[in-house]
Design a protein around this ligand. Structure first.
Ligand SMILES: *Cc1c(COP(=O)(O)O)cnc(C)c1O
Length: 397
């Protein structure tokens, strides 16, 4: 494998993680399933106990070349990163990363627009361990300095934010954090390392719900955390203690998905932008929340820091209530209704931010719909949305 940060994104996802010692010459690293690893002798077994198990067969929980290959591939997509740990879901990845850096009596600053299950960890899991959380506005930027106290240990970011897509000034927050010795974590699921190089921009832990664009086919749950230099050991030790391991079969599917990620993202990007612009011109739509549109909060930061936009965005309806929004979504024939995103198929889901946020914007002109734009023909998706909007109008009367 050629490991070179100067290669283009599509080349990197094709080359990544395919070391000869893991593939034995086969194009894709095969599935190595294991719990027990056999040793030649008692002396051999004892010697292995003290050795570094990184990329060395030891016991199934420490992985096999199948998992190492995917982890290695994700590391090579983040220029400057040290290493990656895989998890059985994105939520598991977030929990492990937080537990790796936080201790009792620490304070965590978390962006108010974080993915809801991420927020849910703070009030229950972290609170039980004596860790307090303060939520901050996604548009705070360098103003984060005012929230930092003696106990502040870590800053959690998600950019753009879940559901409403505010783009955070990650470099400004990282600069403040570095000056104060505070650890930074970023949920980079929306952009992936192809559209936002988190480690290169100074983030300590870049987290992915690999379930989304890495897997890309809505059939596997996976997560990952990629660490900046010097940050991996704490993550690895905590994750080992938590017993985290991903199945070789699921990891293999993750690697398979990764090979087409660049070409899929190009298509998601193009189709989502076409549809977002079409929605912008509709009288039924008050606002389109898409980082690549100048009207989106934080768009300038997106233009400065990101190299692309993916297929997930929201739009705000011009008035109407729950029933009108449900009529719209229920009328869609090509968009599925369901959780998650990042697969080949389009999805539409209702978004309600009022009850989950404490400081970020919650006032909008009407109900919000989130779209995941899949790989279908854009004209068909637009015709479907046109049908939905007609139903929405009819409900308004
Ligand atoms: C889906 C999602 C997660 C959680 O990933 P799972 O694999 O579903 O656990 C985390 N962050 C964001 C932004 C997500 O969309």
């Amino acid at each position: 494998m050629k490991d070179d940060d100067t290669l283009g994104a599509a080349t990197r996802v094709v080359q990544a993680g395919r070391r000869k010692e893991w593939t034995a010459g086969i194009v894709s690293p095969p599935v190595w399933r294991a719990s027990t690893i056999l040793y030649d002798s008692i002396a051999d077994l004892r010697a292995s106990a003290g050795r570094d198990t990184h990329h060395r067969l030891y016991y199934g929980r420490r992985g096999t070349p199948t998992q190492w290959s995917l982890a290695d591939a994700l590391t090579s997509l983040e220029p400057g990163a040290e290493a990656t740990f895989l998890y059985p879901s994105g939520v598991a990845a977030i929990a492990a990363a937080l537990l790796a850096v936080l201790s009792p009596s620490d304070e965590l600053l978390m962006v108010d627009s974080a993915y809801e299950p991420t927020r849910a960890m703070t009030a229950s899991l972290l609170d039980r361990f004596g860790i307090t959380t303060r939520f901050y506005d996604p548009l705070i930027g360098a103003g984060i300095a005012d929230l930092i106290g003696d106990r502040t240990r870590a800053i959690f970011m998600e950019s753009p934010g879940s559901l409403t897509f505010e783009v955070q000034d990650v470099p400004a927050i990282v600069a403040v954090a570095k000056a104060r010795g505070i650890v930074t974590l970023l949920d980079n699921t929306w952009a992936t390392p192809l559209f936002f190089s988190a480690i290169d921009k100074g983030v300590d832990y870049s987290i992915l719900a690999a379930t989304k664009y890495i897997v890309g086919h809505s059939d596997v749950m996976l997560g990952s955390v990629t660490a900046a230099p010097g940050r991996f050991a704490a993550l690895r030790d905590t994750s080992f203690q938590l017993g985290q391991v991903t199945s070789p079969d699921d990891s293999w599917l993750g690697s398979r998905g990764l090979r087409t990620m660049a070409v899929r993202l190009d298509r998601h990007q193009e189709s989502a932008l076409t549809i977002a612009r079409w929605l912008q011109d509709r009288a039924e739509v008050a606002e389109v929340l898409h980082p690549a549109l100048p009207t989106c909060p934080g768009h300038d930061i997106w233009a400065r820091d990101f190299s692309g936009s993916s297929g997930l965005f929201s739009f705000v309806l011009n008035g109407g209530g729950e029933a009108a929004r449900a009529a719209l979504i229920d009328a869609l024939e090509l968009f599925g209704i369901g959780y998650s995103w990042g697969g080949f198929e389009s999805l539409a889901t209702p978004v309600d931010v009022g009850r989950i946020r404490s400081v970020a914007r919650t006032a909008f002109a009407g109900p919000i719909v989130r779209l995941q734009i899949g790989l279908e023909d854009t004209a068909d998706l637009i015709a479907d949305l046109d049908r939905g909007l007609a139903r929405f109008r009819a409900t308004l009367g």
